[in-house]
Design a binder for this molecule. Structure first.
Ligand SMILES: *[C@@H]1O[C@H](CO)[C@@H](O)[C@H](O)[C@H]1NC(C)=O
Ligand SMILES: *[C@@H]1O[C@H](CO)[C@@H](O)[C@H](O)[C@H]1NC(C)=O
Ligand SMILES: *[C@@H]1O[C@H](CO)[C@@H](O)[C@H](O)[C@H]1NC(C)=O
Ligand SMILES: *[C@@H]1O[C@H](CO)[C@@H](O)[C@H](O)[C@H]1NC(C)=O
Ligand SMILES: *[C@@H]1O[C@H](CO)[C@@H](O)[C@H](O)[C@H]1NC(C)=O
Ligand SMILES: *[C@@H]1O[C@H](CO)[C@@H](O)[C@H](O)[C@H]1NC(C)=O
Ligand SMILES: *[C@@H]1O[C@H](CO)[C@@H](O)[C@H](O)[C@H]1NC(C)=O
Ligand SMILES: *[C@@H]1O[C@H](CO)[C@@H](O)[C@H](O)[C@H]1NC(C)=O
Length: 779
């Protein structure tokens, strides 16, 4: 059996295929990595059922212990690979490194299998998380010692390797029985050009029970489980089946099919995998194209609850969402039916969006809803009577605009609207009575996770040109100065209720004028959640200004170096680093032509009220003519300490100059020291200082002492290594920002796993602290 943690299926393949020639599957395992975890180091064997060659996992991981499931479970084991396993009692996070020879850019199916089989004689089913590189994949929860769990993902590798990581979340020792990687070819599953496809279910119809079909019948070694559909008749053809389509299903699967037993019914496939909260939230995100930082679990870890989400935590249950604030998120279209699944929701704020259509009835079915705000939208039709009743009874605080009226002329009648949103797909069955033509149905349901790659949206409508007198108004006649930069002063302002930052170009600086213009043009074309966004601009003849979103928490440098501000913990530092890295990665890899920032520094990393970081100040940026061609710049710009020495020496400007500066930013984040720092009465660059300290091999000697050792040492080491790789003298040895993002996410995940374990062990820690308090500290 395969578990599915319930996610939104987005793709249904209905293959209607006609009979013809069979393409023979070959015994070619060159695109396979097949690992049987826990067998004797260095050993290998060929599975006598599938003919797949399995190798020991010792070459893929350094940590862990090997074990064997108890013999009493032998009869439950369908596959030899589930006999042995590797468990990880040490370290929070343990990763297998997979390096397929075909390398990056290819699409792979990656599968991990788990069977507990009471290998540790404890009889306790562990629960743990699995990550693919830095990204959360799934949580393993066993039903029993004998039932194996198989998880599968289709993923495009962005580097030549990937990690499958097992993370201890304080609920038992992680382990794994088998890991398999299969190269997919050509356009197969090419929906995954950005993200990953998580397997929801892969079924074969027409066979009620029996073995799972896999290699060699399926040359990609996908697992096809039989599925018993009541009230259907099985169809079968002994002819060979041409299965040539972009999913390349095996002929053996396609030669069976089902048709309804009665001609008066149709086959309805319900793709709703259940009512998890996560589902509802991801459905919302995709419906409204939200660019919020919504990844992983909305409610966990508790310190990193999703933006605009409120949760209740109850030790006996999963956390539940009780508040959802999507106010002023630029939502379009109708109210998403996914909201119906937030059954515990108490407060729902949808105000000030551009929502249209009818207010749906299901909202009145949300029994705990106490506060519903629908104001500031363009709904049609009356408010459902159920909601009005609740409001009249006083059990619901309901806010809506008075002008909502019935619209009998609407072409979209209420029931039609509802049906369109139903998560069901009616499969029309065509019965063709012929021995030659048989209609075959295969169903593949996959679920797509959008990765963090985000494209700015919704700014277009707000972008605006302002006159100088309007800018005077906005800034209350340039009353409050937020800061002064190389080519202008930044003022605080307000447009309506929204706070903004207004940068006015100083008239004296001619060079600044040019750069200012470049910045305005760039900001107009570049949008990303980790780049400060443009609210508007002023382009009067003698006054030029840019209006940015206001970043309530100022710049990163202040938070790191100013002794009066509170200490940012390690996790926040990494999160800020990740945010900034994402912004820079977008400039380098998401823009055509790529953009080099040229002045990456802590001062240019701004923080909003939620401490989300955004890169600011593109004044020195210049778009590249073409990718890969280095640009010879006419003058050296940038900030001492952050400036790539190679760039300084050669005037050759590449993305790698930004990577260098970003490395310095990381070192400042790690050490809490400025980019140029004091050492033995000398002023030396931070990377030299860290290099000196690295020789001593003590991470506590490198990391900001203000953190008081409160960080995961592995995470810190990895961050230091990454930062030092970024500041390598030779640009070609520096990683790309894509790689930096991946590595830095890894560091963050490690730290978060520690935080999670820590909070789970809180009771233990508290009693420990009490004990310590009873003893006087030795001097
Ligand atoms: C666990 O049991 C539930 C309920 O019987 C079932 O729906 C689910 O598929 C099972 N999970 C696994 C991994 O077998
Ligand atoms: C495969 O090998 C195992 C043990 O080596 C044996 O018990 C099993 O019967 C074999 N299966 C087949 C189909 O040959
Ligand atoms: C996927 O492949 C098909 C068939 O070659 C092609 O028509 C389609 O445009 C591709 N889609 C993407 C997103 O690349
Ligand atoms: C379809 O027809 C069968 C037998 O003719 C009957 O028992 C069943 O009630 C019908 N179902 C529907 C949905 O009309
Ligand atoms: C899903 O939600 C619906 C409506 O709230 C409820 O009737 C149904 O029992 C739920 N299903 C599961 C599996 O929880
Ligand atoms: C947690 O949930 C259980 C079951 O729903 C309930 O009985 C209990 O009161 C809840 N505890 C808290 C602290 O809310
Ligand atoms: C939702 O967020 C907006 C803007 O951040 C705020 O004004 C509003 O009060 C919030 N609503 C609730 C119910 O918290
Ligand atoms: C709101 O939606 C309507 C209808 O789709 C559209 O005409 C209008 O321009 C939208 N307004 C905004 C501010 O997006």
């Amino acid at each position: 059996m395969t578990t599915f943690q319930g996610f939104v299926p987005i793709l249904v393949l209905l293959g209607l295929v006609l009979t013809s020639v069979l393409v023979h599957a070959q015994n070619d395992q060159s695109g396979f990595i097949s690992i049987d975890c826990g067998i004797v180091e260095g050993s290998s064997y060929t599975d006598n059922v599938t003919n797949i060659n399995y190798v020991s996992d010792a070459d893929f991981i350094d940590s862990g212990e090997i074990h064997t499931t108890l013999p009493i479970y032998d009869s439950f084991r369908i596959d030899t690979q589930l006999t042995t396993l590797r468990s990880f009692p040490q370290n929070t996070r343990n990763c297998y490194t997979l390096k397929p020879t075909q390398g990056k850019g290819n699409r792979y199916l990656i599968r991990a299998r788990f069977m507990y089989g009471n290998y540790d004689f404890k009889g306790q089913l562990p629960e743990f998380d699995v990550y693919l590189g830095p990204d959360y994949w799934d949580t393993i929860r066993f039903n029993s010692s004998s039932e194996p769990i198989t998880m599968e993902i289709i993923h495009v590798l962005s580097s030549d390797y990937t990690h499958v990581c097992l993370v201890n979340t304080g609920r038992g020792t992680p382990f794994v029985s088998a890991i398999e990687l299969r190269l997919l070819v050509g356009d197969m599953y090419n929906q995954t050009s950005f993200g990953s496809l998580y397997l929801f279910r892969r079924l074969r119809f027409g066979i009620a029970s029996g073995t799972v079909i896999r290699y060699k019948a399926d040359k990609y070694d996908r697992l096809w489980s039989p599925f018993d559909w009541p009230d259907t008749t099985s169809l079968y053809t002994s002819d060979e089946v041409d299965t040539r389509n972009m999913f390349d299903p095996p002929s053996e699967v396609m030669s069976n099919a089902i048709t309804p037993k009665y001609s008066n019914v149709s086959l309805e496939i319900d793709l709703d995998p259940g009512n998890t909260t996560v589902d509802a939230m991801l459905s919302l995100r995709s419906t409204y194209k939200l660019t919020k930082n919504w990844q992983g679990d909305p409610c966990a870890p508790q310190d990193f609850v999703w933006d605009g989400v409120g949760c209740i935590y109850n030790d006996t249950e999963f956390p539940r969402i009780v508040l959802l604030n999507l106010s002023a998120n630029g939502l379009n279209g109708g109210i998403d039916s996914g909201l119906a699944r937030l059954t515990m929701i108490q407060t729902l704020d949808l105000s000030n969006n551009n929502l249209t259509g009818y207010v749906p009835d299901f909202l009145s079915g949300l029994n705990f809803l106490k506060d519903l705000n629908l104001k500031g939208n363009n709904f049609a039709g009356p408010i459902p009577s159920g909601l009005l009743e609740k409001a009249n009874k006083g059990s619901l605080l309901l806010s809506f605009d008075g002008e909502s009226t019935g619209d009998p002329a609407s072409p979209c009648d209420r029931n039609n609207c509802k049906n369109k949103k139903d998560n069901k797909i009616i499969v029309p069955l065509i019965a063709v009575a012929s021995t030659v033509f048989v209609i075959l149905i295969a169903l593949v349901v996959v679920w797509k996770i959008k990765k963090t790659k985000e494209h700015g949206r919704g700014l277009e409508t707000r972008k605006k040109k302002y006159t100088y007198s309007e800018v005077q108004n906005i800034t209350n006649n340039f009353n409050v100065v937020l800061g002064k930069g190389a080519f202008g002063t930044v003022y605080h302002g307000k447009i309506g209720d929204t706070q903004v930052a207004v940068k006015m170009l100083s008239k004296s600086s001619l060079q600044g004028d040019k750069e200012f213009q470049a910045e305005a043009n760039l900001l107009l074309s570049v949008h990303h959640t980790n780049l400060t966004s443009l609210v508007g601009y002023c382009n009067d003849e003698s006054h030029k200004g840019i209006i940015y979103e206001y970043m309530a928490n100022g710049n990163l440098e202040t938070h790191l170096l100013d002794t009066s501000s509170s200490v940012l913990n390690w996790e926040k530092r990494l999160q800020i680093g990740c945010d900034a890295a994402h912004g820079l990665e977008y400039l380098h890899h998401g823009c055509r032509p790529p953009i080099v920032h040229r002045d990456v520094k802590c001062n240019n990393i701004l923080l909003n009220e939620a401490f989300q970081a955004k890169l600011a100040d593109f004044g020195l940026s210049k778009a590249f003519p073409t990718e890969g061609v280095t640009h010879i710049s006419t003058e050296v710009a940038g900030t001492p300490g952050y400036l790539d020495p190679e760039y300084y020496a050669s005037y050759r400007l590449t993305e790698k100059s930004d990577v260098y500066s970003f490395g310095v930013v990381l070192l400042v984040i790690i050490t809490g020291q400025p980019a140029i720092t004091k050492y033995d009465n000398d002023n030396i660059p931070i990377n030299r200082l860290v290099n000196l300290k690295l020789a001593l091999g003590d991470i506590n000697n490198i990391v900001d002492p203000n953190l008081q050792g409160n960080f995961d040492a592995n995470s810190a080491w990895k961050t230091v290594e990454l930062a030092m790789a970024c500041v390598a003298d030779t640009p070609s040895k520096r990683p790309t920002m894509k790689e930096v993002v991946i590595e830095l996410n890894d560091c963050l995940v490690t730290e978060r796993a520690r935080e999670k374990t820590k909070s789970n062990n809180l009771t233990g820690l508290m009693s420990l602290n009490l004990e310590i308090a009873h003893h006087p500290t030795p001097v």
